[in-house]
Design a protein around this ligand. Structure first.
Ligand SMILES: [Zn+2]
Length: 300
C-alpha cells in the first residue's frame, strides 16, 4: 500500500517536472538573451560589403560610430591609387571622398608623382577587426608617404608592397628619402578647409617646424602621434549637415612647434613608448554605439 502510494506520488512528481522543465529552460534562455546576449551584441562590421542607400548619415565619433550612405573612392583616379583593395576599406562620407580626389588632382596638376591611398573606412563604418581605433565614421583616411611610382602599381603590388618608414630608427628625424613631395602633400591637405587635423610621427612634425618658411599657419593642423612614420592620417571635420556627427575638442592655437612637441623626444615619452601594450579595449557592441548604428548595420 505504502509502496504503491509512493510510486504514484513519485511518478506524479516526475510528470510535473517533465512538464515544467522546458518552460524553465525557455525562461532561462530568454533571460540570458535579454540580459547578456542581445545587450552585448558585438557584430562584425567588416561583414556588410556595401553601403546603405544615400543620403549619407554619420552617427557618433571617430572611434565610436558608423555611417550610412557612404560612397566608394574610385580605386584609381588622377594623381592617386588605392592600396590594399582586398580589405574593402575605401568607403567614406562623400565629402571625404571628394576631398581625396581634389587634393590628388591638385597635386598632380603641379607635378607631384601621386598618392598611394591606404584605409578609409568600411562600407558602413564601425570598428575594424584590425589596424585602427578610429576610421569609423567615414571621415578618416591614411595616405602613404611612399610616392606612387611612375606608371603606377599592378594589382599584386597594391596588395603586397610594404609601406616604408620615413623616420630613422630611434625616431629622432626623417630619413634621406623625405622630399619636398611629402611636404607638399601634407601642406596641400592641411590647407584644405574641410580638414580638422592630420596625424604624423613627431619627427616629421619637427622636420616641418624646422624647414617650413612662408605661410606656416597650416602647421597647427599637423599633430604629432605615435607611429605614423609610413603614412599620414587625415581627419576631416564633421560636415555641416551631420547633426549626429560628434566633433573632437578643437586644436590648441599656435603652430605646435614648442614644448608640446619637445615632449615627444623626452625620456618620459620614451618610457611611455616602452610600456607593454595595454590590454586591448573591449570590443564595441551595438549597445555601445549610437542607436542609429543598429539600423545602419542591418541595412534597415
Ligand atoms: Zn589612420
Amino acid at each position: 500500500m505504502q509502496f504503491r502510494g509512493m510510486s504514484v506520488k513519485y511518478w506524479g512528481l516526475r510528470l510535473i517536472a517533465a512538464a515544467i522543465a522546458p518552460v524553465a529552460l525557455a525562461a532561462i534562455i530568454l533571460f540570458a538573451l535579454t540580459t547578456t546576449g542581445v545587450r552585448a551584441q558585438v557584430v562584425d562590421w567588416s561583414g556588410p560589403k556595401t553601403p546603405t542607400a544615400a543620403p549619407a548619415e554619420i552617427a557618433g565619433t571617430y572611434n565610436r560610430g558608423c555611417i550610412g550612405g557612404s560612397v566608394a573612392l574610385p580605386l584609381d583616379g588622377p594623381g592617386y591609387q588605392v592600396m590594399r583593395v582586398s580589405r574593402n576599406r575605401y568607403y567614406g562620407h562623400p565629402e571625404l571622398v571628394q576631398f581625396i580626389e581634389t587634393i590628388a588632382a591638385e597635386l598632380a596638376a603641379v607635378g607631384h608623382p601621386g598618392l598611394l591611398i591606404g584605409d578609409l573606412g568600411q562600407p558602413r563604418g564601425g570598428p575594424m577587426n584590425s589596424g585602427h581605433r578610429s576610421h569609423q565614421i567615414g571621415l578618416d583616411v591614411d595616405i602613404w608617404f611612399l610616392l606612387k611610382p611612375a606608371g603606377g602599381l599592378n594589382a599584386a603590388a597594391r596588395e603586397a608592397l610594404p609601406a616604408p618608414s620615413l623616420v630613422i630608427p630611434g625616431g629622432d628625424s626623417v630619413t634621406d628619402d623625405w622630399s619636398e613631395a611629402q611636404t607638399q602633400a601634407l601642406r596641400t591637405a592641411a590647407l584644405a578647409p574641410e580638414v580638422d587635423r592630420i596625424f604624423v610621427n613627431a619627427a616629421i612634425k619637427r622636420h616641418l617646424c624646422d624647414t617650413e618658411t612662408g605661410d606656416r599657419s597650416w602647421l597647427s593642423r599637423i599633430r604629432p602621434w605615435w607611429g605614423h612614420d609610413d603614412h599620414f592620417h587625415i581627419r576631416v571635420a564633421c560636415p555641416a549637415d551631420q547633426p549626429l556627427c560628434e566633433s573632437q575638442a578643437p586644436l590648441p592655437p599656435g603652430e605646435g612647434c614648442d614644448a608640446s612637441l619637445d615632449w615627444w623626444f623626452s625620456a618620459e615619452a620614451a618610457a611611455e613608448a616602452a610600456k607593454p601594450a595595454k590590454v586591448p579595449p573591449r570590443a564595441l557592441s551595438l549597445d555601445d554605439m549610437p542607436p542609429s548604428c543598429r539600423s545602419i548595420y542591418y541595412g534597415e
